[in-house]
Design a protein around this ligand. Structure first.
Ligand code: 4NP
Length: 149
């Protein structure tokens, strides 16, 4: 799960998807294309929103997306178009490019709809982002379980 800062959207996406998958079969992680928040916990608003739905993301630590992540992960979901462009820029092969997808394309195929960045927005932005991610992670989890279990 990749966003810009790895403190608002992708930590929520990581926590939500991980909660829907068997822990012994899948590895879910998140990172940012920016490096400002390395080793920092998620934004307190993301932590509080996840907690409301019984998901604990408070132990996550900010990471910077690395080229080596293309080798570690089979699926790379990005939150918005600029994340997509930044991750694609780091890719080196068609196989790596094919791993990168706008996350909401799992819900609205080919429409390239962004998960909006709630960082500078209204407080209810986090709730809206949570609901969007919860809906799309349901689809992703079902697909992954069907394909890999
Ligand atoms: P995120 O939100 O990409 O959803 O984690 C942001 C958080 C911080 C910043 C940008 C986006 N920032 O510029 O510090």
């Amino acid at each position: 799960m990749v966003c810009l800062g790895n403190i608002c959207r992708s930590p929520l996406a990581e926590g939500i998807l991980a909660s829907k998958l068997p822990k012994d079969k899948f590895r879910v992680d998140s990172a940012g294309t920016g490096s400002w928040h390395i080793n920092q916990p998620p934004d307190t608003r993301s932590i509080a929103t996840a907690k409301k739905y019984n998901i604990d993301i408070s132990n996550q630590k900010g990471k910077h997306f690395q080229k080596s992540d293309f080798e570690i992960y089979d699926y790379i979901y990005v939150m918005d178009q600029s994340n997509y462009d930044n991750v694609i820029e780091l890719s080196e092969t068609p196989e790596q490019k094919a791993k990168v997808q706008m996350i909401l394309n799992e819900l609205f195929p080919d429409e390239n709809v962004d998960i909006p960045d709630p960082y500078f927005g209204l407080p209810n932005g986090f709730e809206i982002v949570y609901k969007m991610l919860d809906e799309v992670c349901d689809i992703i989890a079902k697909k992954l379980i069907a394909k890999h279990q």
